[in-house]
Design a protein around this ligand. Structure first.
Ligand code: HEC
Length: 155
């Protein structure tokens, strides 16, 4: 009887040791897994935000080059309305550095004058339409560039 009980105590001890070892190893493996960053959650929450932000309209070197290439012959290199073609026009090209008139026009009106020509906004037809020459992005940028030249916004 004595030897059997001793053997059972021994097996209980072994069982206890095994359970403790399993317990310890479980803790060690579970710790790093909970501290891992949930990558999929982060990327998912970023995407819709990116879509909501509209592309900003900024004047770039490309905008200035487009102005020099397409507009300067009438509006002048500095936008003062004194380009080499200006004297041949019946209506003088708009001086883009003067805020007095440009303040009275909205960005939409200036954009339409560029895209559809002067006639579309009730101005002279010698301001050509550029809708077939350049894309809308550049024309929006040109409006910003004109706002830079006149140092003015629509009132
Ligand atoms: C052939 C000459 C000529 C060229 C090239 C030209 N413009 Fe003009 N532009 C004019 C004339 C003339 C006016 C004045 C129209 C008026 O006062 O009735 C004008 C007026 C404007 C106006 C003011 C519109 C308004 O409300 O009076 C804007 C903005 C403008 N031009 C932008 C541009 C841009 C940008 C370009 C180049 C992509 C360009 N123009 C190229 C002749 C030209």
């Amino acid at each position: 009887m004595k030897t059997i009980s001793q053997a059972s105590i021994f097996t209980y001890w072994i069982l206890l040791l095994v359970m403790m070892l399993i317990g310890c190893s479980e803790k060690q493996t579970s710790k790093p897994s909970t501290s891992k960053p949930p990558f999929h959650v982060e990327t998912k929450s970023l995407r819709p935000k990116e879509k909501l932000i509209p592309k900003p309209i900024i004047v770039t070197v490309k905008t200035r080059e487009a102005y020099q290439w397409y507009c300067a012959q009438c509006h002048g290199i500095e936008g003062k309305g004194d380009g080499i073609n200006a004297k041949f026009l019946t209506v003088p090209p708009r001086n883009h550095t003067k805020p007095q008139y440009l303040e009275t026009r909205t960005d939409k009106q200036l954009f339409e004058a560029i895209k559809f020509g002067g006639l579309s906004v009730g101005r002279a037809p010698c301001m050509p339409a550029w809708g077939h020459t350049m894309d809308e992005e550049i024309m929006h940028q040109l409006v910003r560039y004109i706002r830079e030249l006149c140092q003015c916004e629509s009132l």
